[in-house]
Design a protein around this ligand. Structure first.
Ligand code: ATP
Ligand code: MG
Length: 183
């Protein structure tokens, strides 16, 4: 399963419908400061079910909706769709009957988010699990936020260890051990 295309509409600075093709191999996003490079990566995290507005550099989830500019009014909805290539049929079970997978998240001001997988209503949890089962997702250590490397270098040893454990994939084991100890 591979990321194929990302469609954004009304998300942060992307007021016009835009579609970004994610080719095989390395993809670079280049542009001047403030042009929306980080917003684009945030759109990718958001559609995979990110539920912390702080991780979207926002003060509420509605802040991801285009807030207007000098010559354009604000919008009331934002929508991001991620198209995944599943021609190798490696999607997690339950999603393996088509060559492409389409995951959409849409937010309406003061009404929260709704999700769709291949056009059918889904819960945030379904979307998060779909990506977690494919070893990726909004919180995957493979998604490195701007400034995160600096944070890693200057953080306390205990929080640095947490990040490294997350990257090594053993943080789940720790939480299961804690659960067992409580019992
Ligand atoms: P840098 O090179 O400095 O990291 P960047 O290309 O990563 O810049 P972003 O941080 O993605 O830039 O984009 C910042 C721009 O997005 C700002 O101009 C900001 O006003 C705009 N922006 C953020 N949220 C919204 C919103 N809800 N509506 C409209 N514009 C927004
Ligand atoms: Mg940036």
């Amino acid at each position: 399963m591979k990321f194929q295309r990302l469609r954004v509409l009304g998300f942060k600075s992307f007021v016009e419908p835009m579609e970004f093709v994610i080719e095989d191999g390395l993809t670079g996003i280049v542009g001047p400061n403030g042009c929306g490079k980080s917003n684009l990566v945030e759109a990718l995290r958001w559609v995979m079910g990110e539920n912390s507005y702080k991780n979207m550099r926002a003060s509420g989830m509605d802040d991801v909706i285009f807030s207007g500019s000098l010559n354009r009014p604000a919008r009331n909805t934002a929508e991001v769709t991620l198209f995944l290539d599943n021609s190798d049929r490696t999607a997690p079970s339950g999603y393996n009957d088509s060559d492409t997978l389409e995951v959409t998240r849409r937010i309406e001001r003061e009404a929260g988010s709704v999700y769709k997988i291949n056009g059918k209503d889904a819960r945030a949890r379904d979307v998060q699990l779909l990506f977690a089962d494919a070893s990726t997702g909004a919180r995957s250590p493979a998604m490195v936020r701007q400034g995160q490397i600096g944070e890693l270098i200057s953080s306390k040893p205990t929080s640095r260890r947490k990040i490294l454990e997350e990257a090594a994939g053993i943080s789940g084991l720790h939480s299961r051990r804690k659960e067992a100890e409580i019992r």
